[in-house]
Design a protein around this ligand. Structure first.
Ligand SMILES: Cc1cc2nc3c(=O)[nH]c(=O)nc-3n(C[C@H](O)[C@H](O)[C@H](O)COP(=O)(O)O)c2cc1C
Length: 258
């Protein structure tokens, strides 16, 4: 082979051509895979909604079960009324929280979860059984130690009893804050009451273990050992979203109707 072919110019041209080919392959793959990724994301969200409502079983056809039991509704958080004429499936409350004409800037006095801004509307998922409202699954989000946690809480049609809680996205440490995904801890939310008889918000994640002999055990969930900051974040976000500035008006409305 002649040495004259190994010039700097040739090396640069080959490296540039190779990078161009690789970037075209990566771009084409990214564009072609996006619809599949979006579909899987939507399916995962549905699965998490079903899990919060205790309607998911391993291997179940998520789309089928969802269609059978769940009706998405768009809500105006200000009064808990339905927003008509807008498709709930097209509404992204996390995107709208950044849109100046669609967001609400929270008064720091009520912003216990440190959210600063939220969308005016939220999508809730009404679960019907034999035509009757059984429970509603509402979205929650808020800060932990390292990340914002995104999840769902399911509340009975009495508007006051939690039936399930779960997160589908967070970046907390596995084994510490990541214990929010522990099935036993998640199950411990089932049956907890949000407000006391006078309507005062009481639900909280405490530090340590709940003393089941105490009357207020009905409003309390065990803390996460070694992860007090994440647990406190969960407590604050649940209090915000299930309270006056979250879904309280809506819960009061379904309670009256049920
Ligand atoms: C590497 C590392 C990761 C941690 N991850 C978390 C976490 O995800 N959530 C959390 O609340 N605390 C986490 N902590 C611990 C916090 O820094 C803090 O010590 C803890 O929240 C206090 O909880 P405790 O009072 O239950 O010990 C982590 C600590 C280290 C060193």
């Amino acid at each position: 082979m002649s040495q004259g072919k190994d010039t700097v110019q040739r090396t640069i041209i080959i490296a540039a051509a190779l990078s161009l080919v690789c970037s075209v392959i990566v771009s084409v793959a990214a564009v072609q895979l996006r619809p599949i990724q979006d579909k899987n994301k939507a399916l995962d969200k549905k699965k998490n909604i079903l899990m919060a409502a205790s309607l998911y079983e391993e291997g179940a056809q998520v789309d089928e079960v969802f269609k059978q039991y769940v009706v998405p509704k768009l809500l105006n958080l200000a009064d808990g009324s339905y927003v008509e004429g807008q498709d709930p499936n097209e509404y992204d409350q996390y995107k709208e929280a950044k849109n100046p004409s669609e967001r609400l800037v929270l008064d720091p006095k009520v912003d216990v979860a440190g959210l600063r801004m939220i969308a005016r509307y939220a999508v809730v998922y009404e679960v019907k059984k034999e035509g009757e409202l059984d429970q509603v699954v509402v979205p929650i989000h808020g800060k932990g130690l390292w990340s914002t946690l995104y999840g769902f809480v399911s509340v009975d049609s009495d508007g006051n009893t939690i039936k399930g809680l779960g997160y589908y996205d967070h970046g907390e440490t596995p084994g510490l804050g990541g214990e929010v995904d522990n099935p036993k801890w998640k199950a411990s939310w089932n049956g907890k009451k949000i407000n006391d008889n006078s309507g005062q918000l009481q639900i909280e994640v405490i530090k340590g273990q709940v003393d089941l002999a105490r009357e207020d055990a009905q409003y309390q969930v065990d803390g996460l050992s070694g992860a007090t900051i994440t647990a406190r974040g969960v407590s604050y976000m649940v209090q915000f979203w299930l309270g006056e500035n979250g879904f309280k008006q809506y819960f009061d409305r379904i309670k009256k109707n049920s």
